[in-house]
Design a protein around this ligand. Structure first.
Ligand code: SAH
Length: 251
């Protein structure tokens, strides 16, 4: 898997190679990351890559030509074209399904905007998709790009120490993860649920699945609307709801 990113701040983006499991995966070459600065691909002697917007208004717009030239250099380096994904608050919301889809491919190119954004002609001609980090406006596409690299990298075999972690995460099974506890068994914040200390793996698995379903019901009912629970899951959720009603009396 090879990821290329076009950014005015390549050093910042490449910082993610230094930290955590994703950094380790990158250093071990399970996936490779390259960052490209469009200032290196402009014919302007001052290395300028932006200009004032046609029609007036505040701010600057990233020009198409330096981005297109950068993309060409990337395609030469890759020896093939790859999906071009533009970071944009107007794009499709990036989520775990997108991460899984990208992790299944052989790589992609992320384009990070700055200023007021990117000349629409570049977007129309070169972008295969526009991806958003959420309904807020950031000052650049670098953080969304790093977010995408992180989410995809941890799905690549061998990047996470234990592949089961990714399989059990929130969204992996279209529902949220169960709560986690570690030592000590009791402290000032309370006690660990007895069942987790029981050593009974079947009961623990059942408890975790019930909690995962219950949390999803409490926090993200929209996720439950989107899937079909089997009979066993439905029974676990009914049990959770009954226990919850007992714990939290309705006013
Ligand atoms: N005027 C633009 C925002 C420009 S922000 C608009 O309102 O649509 C500058 C750059 O930051 C964008 O080109 C994009 O690459 C990036 N960016 C900002 N917010 C983002 C978000 N929520 N998701 C992904 N990229 C974002």
């Amino acid at each position: 898997m090879r990821i290329d990113a076009i950014t005015l701040f390549p050093e910042w983006l490449l910082e993610i190679e230094r930290y955590g499991v994703v950094g380790r995966g990158l250093r071990q070459n399970r996936l490779s990351l390259a960052a490209w600065n469009p200032r290196d691909y402009t014919s302007d002697p001052t290395r300028r890559v932006d200009d004032r917007p046609y029609g007036g208004g505040p701010g600057m717009v990233m020009q198409s030509a330096p981005l297109a030239a950068t993309l060409e250099a990337i395609e030469r380096a890759r020896g093939a074209s790859a999906p071009v994904l533009l970071m944009s608050p107007q794009g499709e919301r990036f989520d775990q399904r997108w991460a899984e889809r990208l992790a299944a491919g052989s790589g992609f190119v992320l384009v990070c905007g700055r200023y007021e954004g990117i000349d629409q002609r570049f977007i129309d001609r070169h972008a295969d998709a526009e991806l958003s980090a959420g309904d807020m406006v950031l000052s650049g596409g670098e953080l969304p790009a790093m977010m995408i690299i992180d989410a995809v990298a941890r799905l690549i075999a061998g990047v996470l120490g234990d592949a089961r972690s990714a399989a059990e995460d929130s969204f992996a099974n279209a529902i949220l993860d169960h709560p986690h506890y570690t030592r000590p068994p009791a402290d000032e914040a309370g006690a660990v649920p007895d069942i987790l200390l029981s050593g009974d793996h079947a009961r623990i698995a059942r408890w975790r699945e019930k909690q995962a379903l219950g949390r999803t019901w409490l926090r993200r009912p929209d996720l439950l609307d989107a899937i079909e629970l089997d009979q066993r899951q439905q029974a676990l959720l009914t049990e959770f709801v009954a226990e919850y009603a007992e714990r939290v009396p309705r006013p």
